[in-house]
Design a binder for this molecule. Structure first.
Ligand SMILES: *Cc1c(COP(=O)(O)O)cnc(C)c1O
Length: 392
């Protein structure tokens, strides 16, 4: 008999009752060190006092009015994102995939109003993940995700990741934009070379097309800067954000330059919930913490420390681990054994991580971790590696 919850996930039976910072406590009382953070969502850990206070305060006042009215909390969050980034304007939605869909529409519309309606195709990359809508599945081109859902949505031309020659060869008179994750998440923590990102900027400038970054997983402080593209010292035209931006409250955003957003006028795009009072109040509370002195420096320092610890573990257990990759607190432990089995073994030992492609165990702790959490996690990984039985 089909479960009442539609079985689209291979779920663990563990259920959590509450969270405390970097820890989750299951219904059976067991404590877990949470280096999964709800897939890079709980950027400030669980039950962060500042977020709880903001949410509770707003919950007693006003939840939602729709975007037919001015939402001051939304304006304030947009102002702050604009001040802190390349962007001049922000559209709020509820999830990553909505930010992606809106971003795709924005790119097409940009050329339409610029007198080039034939420019509507987007160059994308192998190994990408952009969400589960029909268009974003077609953008990412993962055959497993597309199977049985009818014809692909047209308008995406996929090339090899980090391959500039293929990008250049794929640009045509119909190209509207290049869409890339600065660090592929689901694809196995694969980094775009910083030079490659710079070169994409050059190609976009050369052909008058938009550089559209999917920073849903790698953005909002994950790499130790507000957005991962800042490491490449480039300015994109459009960025999709979600996950960490709400700290666990569903919130997404399209950030764009004034020029890129020139076609997005009244009535052309919308959302009922997007950017409502509850969501943007929490978003502002997340920003309060992320913009505070020393926050990004801590992410960078903890990222380096964790990277170093994981590298040492890889050296110690070459038959189990192959490499560490990623940036900041978006790290991947490439396994010589089955990555999914490693995630289960780590969980049984008290450490939560996330599987990804290429046998990579994703390590995505809350951005508030301290050195002691790194030591604890490393200790668990070592213990699991020592006890590892081939073909267990
Ligand atoms: C999670 C993710 C998405 C989709 O976000 P949802 O909130 O699940 O719709 C898109 N792109 C990237 C890079 C992601 O990590």
């Amino acid at each position: 008999m089909i479960p009442s919850v539609m079985p689209t996930y291979g779920r663990s039976e563990i259920a959590f009752e509450r969270g405390e910072g970097v820890y989750l406590i299951a219904t059976d009382g067991r404590r877990y060190l949470d280096f999964a953070a709800g897939i890079a969502v709980n950027s400030l850990g669980h039950a962060h006092p500042h977020l709880v206070k903001a949410l509770q305060g707003q919950a007693a006042k006003l939840w939602h009015t729709s975007n037919l009215y001015t939402v001051p909390e939304q304006t304030r969050l947009a102002d702050r994102l604009v001040a802190a980034s390349f962007a001049n304007t922000v559209f709020f939605c509820n999830s990553g995939v909505e930010a992606m869909e809106g971003g795709i529409k924005l790119c097409r519309r940009y050329h339409h109003v610029g007198g080039n309606p034939q420019k509507w195709r987007i160059i994308t990359f192998e190994g990408a993940f952009h969400g589960r809508s029909l268009a974003t599945l077609s953008a990412a081109g993962n055959a497993k995700h597309l199977d049985g859902f009818g014809p692909r949505v047209d308008g995406f031309d996929q090339v090899a990741f980090n391959n500039l020659n293929e990008v250049r060869a794929a640009v045509t008179d119909e190209t509207a934009a290049i869409l890339v994750e600065p660090i592929q998440g689901e694809g196995g923590i694969r980094k775009a070379d910083l030079r490659f990102l710079k070169e994409l900027r050059t190609v976009c400038d050369e052909y008058g097309i938009l550089l559209f970054l999917d920073e849903i997983q790698c953005g909002m402080g994950r790499t130790g800067k507000l957005f991962a593209h800042e490491w490449a010292e480039i300015k994109p035209d459009v960025v999709a954000s979600a996950k960490g931006i709400g700290g666990g409250f569903p919130l997404g955003a399209i950030l764009a330059t004034e020029e890129a957003a020139r076609g997005m006028t009244a009535g052309l795009h919308g959302t009922t919930y997007g950017g409502n009072q509850l969501a943007t109040t929490v978003g502002n509370a997340v920003m309060d913490v992320m913009l505070s002195d020393g926050f990004m420096e801590n992410v960078q320092a903890m990222g380096e420390s964790l990277y170093g610890r994981l590298q040492a573990i890889v050296k110690m257990f070459p038959e189990i681990f192959k490499s560490v990759r990623g940036a900041g607190l978006m790290l991947g432990l490439e396994c010589a054994v089955t990555g999914g089995e490693m995630v289960v073994a780590l969980r049984e030992a008290g450490l939560l991580t996330v599987p990804a492609a290429e046998n990579v165990v994703r390590i995505l702790p809350p951005l508030i971790i301290e050195q002691a959490h790194i030591e604890e996690a490393a200790g668990i990984i070592e213990k699991v590696a020592v006890a590892w039985k081939p073909d267990a």
